[in-house]
Ligand binder design. Structure first.
Ligand SMILES: Nc1ncnc2c1ncn2[C@@H]1O[C@H](COP(=O)(O)OP(=O)(O)OP(=O)(O)O)[C@@H](O)[C@H]1O
Length: 312
C-alpha cells in the first residue's frame, strides 16, 4: 500500500465515524427524525402486555399493524388505524404507548401531533379555515419528518368536511406536490361502535364464554353493519371507508371490575406507593357498572380511577 492513500483512507474513515458519532451524539440530546429506525417490536409487545389491561384484540392488531408497516421499506400508503370503543377503555393510553415507541419523546415529540375535534375544530362555520390549516400543517410536518404520527381524537365528532381535508394524504399517491406521505401514521380514535362491541362482549359473557375467546371476526361484521354502513355516524360520511383508506379497525372491549382493579394497582405503583388491596377494592367499588342487572362493565372504564384514588 502506498502510505499516502492509506492516510487518506484512514482520514476519510475517521471523518466518517466522527461524523456518525456526532450525529448520534446530537440526536441523543436534540430530537431527530430517524425514518429508517426500526421499531423495537418486542419492547412494544412487552409494554402492551404489561400495561394495557383486558384488550387482547387491540394488543394483537396494533402489534401486527405496526411491525408490518415499519418493516416494509416501501409502503404504498400511510398506515391508518381506527380505534373504537367505550370511554376509558384505553384508546388514548395506547396511542401514547405507540407514540413513545415510534418517537422517543412520545406525545411531546415534534413528530407526534394530537388533534382533538372539539378543541381544535369546534366551529362548523370555520370548516374552510380548518381544512386549509390542517392540510398545510400535515404537509409541513411530513416534509420535516416523513414518519410523523398524527392522532385524531373524537373522530366521531369531527365534521366530515375536515375529514375530507385529510383524505388525500391517506391515499395511495406516490407524492403530492413533491411530498410523500407513505411513511406517516394516522391514528383515529372514536366511541363509534362502542355499544356494538359491548353487546358482543356481553353475548359472550352471557353464553359463559371467555372474553379472551372473542376474535376479530366476531366483531368485524357487527362493526361494519353498525358503524360503517350507518350514514349518521359522522366519520363515515367521509368516504374513508368506501375508499378502503383505513387499514385496521381496532375494537376496545368494555372493562370489567377486575380490570378496574388492575388500573388502580397500576396507578398506585406509578405514584410510588405500596399496593393496598383494601384501597384497590374500595376505589373499584365506587365505580358504576352496567348493564343494570348484571353490572359487569365499568361505564367509565378506568377513566376516573386516578382522581378517585386522590381521595384515599
Ligand atoms: N385497558 C386499559 N389498561 C390500562 N389502563 C387503562 C386502560 N383503559 C384505560 N386506562 C387508564 O385510564 C386512563 C383513561 O383512559 P383513556 O384516556 O385511554 O380512555 P379512552 O378510551 O381514550 O376514552 P375516551 O373515549 O373517553 O377518550 C388511561 O390514561 C389509563 O391510565
Amino acid at each position: 500500500f502506498e502510505p499516502i492513500s492509506v492516510g487518506i483512507a484512514i482520514g476519510a474513515a475517521s471523518a466518517l465515524t466522527g461524523y456518525l458519532s456526532y450525529t448520534d451524539l446530537y440526536c441523543r440530546f436534540a430530537e431527530c427524525c430517524r425514518e429508517e429506525q426500526p421499531l423495537n417490536a418486542s419492547a412494544l409487545k412487552q409494554e402492551l402486555e404489561e400495561k394495557l389491561f383486558g384488550q387482547h384484540l387491540a394488543t394483537e392488531v396494533i402489534l401486527k399493524a405496526l411491525t408490518g408497516f415499519k418493516n416494509n421499506k416501501n409502503p404504498k400508503k400511510p398506515l391508518t388505524l381506527s380505534l373504537h370503543g367505550w370511554a376509558g377503555t384505553g384508546k388514548n393510553f395506547v396511542s401514547q404507548i405507540v407514540a413513545e415507541n415510534l418517537h422517543r419523546k412520545g406525545l411531546k415529540s415534534n413528530f407526534v401531533h394530537l388533534f382533538v375535534s372539539t378543541l381544535h375544530f369546534p366551529h362548523e362555520q370555520q370548516i374552510k379555515l380548518y381544512q386549509d390549516q390542517l392540510q398545510s400543517w400535515i404537509r409541513g410536518n411530513v416534509s420535516a419528518c416523513a414518519s410523523s404520527l398524527f392522532i385524531f381524537d373524537e373522530m366521531d365528532k369531527l365534521h366530515p368536511g375536515v375529514i375530507d381535508a385529510i383524505k388525500p394524504f391517506l391515499d395511495y399517491y406516490e407524492q403530492i406536490d413533491g411530498v410523500s406521505y407513505r411513511k406517516a401514521i394516522f391514528i383515529f380514535l372514536s366511541n363509534a361502535g362502542g355499544d356494538l362491541i359491548t353487546k358482543t362482549a356481553l353475548d359472550f359473557w352471557r353464553a359463559g364464554r371467555k372474553r379472551e375467546d372473542i376474535q376479530l371476526k366476531d366483531l368485524e361484521p357487527v362493526l361494519s353493519v353498525g358503524v360503517f354502513n350507518n350514514k349518521h355516524s359522522g366519520l363515515w360520511h367521509s368516504g374513508l371507508i368506501d375508499r378502503n383508506l383505513i387499514d385496521y379497525f381496532i375494537p376496545f372491549l368494555p372493562l370489567e371490575y377486575r380490570h378496574v382493579k388492575m388500573c388502580v394497582r397500576a396507578e398506585m405503583k406509578a405514584r410510588g406507593s405500596a399496593v393496598d388491596e383494601d384501597i384497590v377494592t374500595s376505589v373499584a367499588d365506587e365505580m358504576t357498572f352496567f348493564p343494570k342487572d348484571e353490572k359487569i362493565y365499568s361505564d367509565k372504564g378506568c377513566k376516573t380511577v386516578q382522581s378517585r384514588l386522590d381521595f384515599h
